[in-house]
Design a protein around this ligand. Sequence first.
Ligand code: DAK
Length: 261
Amino acid sequence: MEYQNLSIKNEDNILVVTLNRPKSLNALNKQTMDELAYFFGEDNTPKQLAIKGVVVTGAGEKAFVAGADIKEFLGMDAEAGSKLSRKGNDIMFAIERFPKPVIAAVNGFALGGGCELAMACHMRVASEKARFSQPEVNLGIIPGYGGTQRLIQHVGKGKAMELAMTADMIGAAEAKTLGLANHVVPAGEEVDKAKEIINKIAKKAPLAIAKIIECTNAYYEDGANGYEVEINSFGALTRSEDFVEGASAFVEKRKADFKGC
Ligand code: DAK
């Protein structure tokens, strides 16, 4: 696929994915959704093995993503609305299940679908200028890309209800206090901070990192027993070469050299 709205740069083996429609505050139109689906879906197999992780950010100084593209909603019937919601949910799950760390570098407005995109990432680094909101009730709808569910996971039920019902916009400091943002950094430093975290993770055993992602997600997945997923994952990892390497390196008082197998 030729990307039109995503700009993807490989920076020292970290893929920095920039949503690049600054004139529309990087709003998620259909084309952008297709590109995200492709990047985190069909296109990801070789990258999963080769890269350290992914940083998702927005172009320009104002917005991470100011929501789904409202201009595309007009005239949408119920069937098209449900179809779009399912597609958006599938994309967010693909991000959440991506086996390498995915960090949102939230550089400005993260509204509606933008907040949902940030929440689907494994972590969020917010610039001091970041603003988060689920303002869908202002438009007569509700979050449609998993926001009603993931907001609870990040901030708890009462606060999630309050934010989604009032459409209040919160700043970076409050987002951090609530657990929505992992870190707050000066504007312009959010991508570097996200890369710093990914570089730290890249020194660990890759299969173990993928299993941490899988086990953590299992807590929230319908029908999954997270403890069972953990037990099975643990068993699988004890058979890995990296476990032998990690344990041997400890005993031999040297740095482990993990190979991802
Ligand atoms: N969609 C389309 N264009 C947008 C946009 C958006 N979400 N947000 C901003 N823009 C465009 C503006 O229209 C404007 O374009 P021009 O008029 O210059 O052509 C340009 O970006 C700059 O915006 P402003 O001039 O408004 O900039 P300000 O600094 O004055 O204001 C703002 C910034 C972020 C406060 C304001 O732009 C704003 O309130 N934007 C809308 C925020 C919002 O309500 N976002 C949508 C949230 S609801 C669904 C699934 C999911 C969803 C919906 C349905 N289905 C399955 C059907 C999710 C919905 C949402 O995300």
